[in-house]
Write a protein that binds this ligand. Structure first.
Ligand code: SF4
Ligand code: SF4
Length: 83
């Protein structure tokens, strides 16, 4: 059964992520890192179970790339298929 108040985790829109790294340094638990996905440097959440849902990473992103969502959601938003 789903909890009444599911903990939220960051959902990273990698199609818009610039790879600047601000969110990585904002996480006190070091759960985010920069990786190359689909040929682009992007932020990746490594341990959704440990994430406290504190929103620091979302607040720190200067480009509004991170939204908070339920942990069952897709962890990243993929870029459109290459043309
Ligand atoms: S919500 Fe908080 S604990 Fe989770 S990845 Fe972002 S900064 Fe880290
Ligand atoms: S702060 Fe935003 S744009 Fe920068 S790496 Fe993190 S998600 Fe990407």
């Amino acid at each position: 059964m789903k909890p009444a108040h599911p903990r939220l985790i960051p959902i990273i829109n990698i199609a818009r992520c610039t790879g600047c790294g601000w969110c990585v340094s904002s996480c006190h638990l070091h759960l985010l890192s920069l990786e190359v996905e689909h040929g682009r440097k992007t932020s990746v959440l490594h341990d959704a179970d440990t994430c406290t849902g504190c929103r620091k990473c979302a607040a720190k992103c200067p480009f509004g790339v991170i939204t908070m969502g339920e942990r069952d959601a897709e962890l990243t938003v993929m870029p459109p298929e290459s043309r």
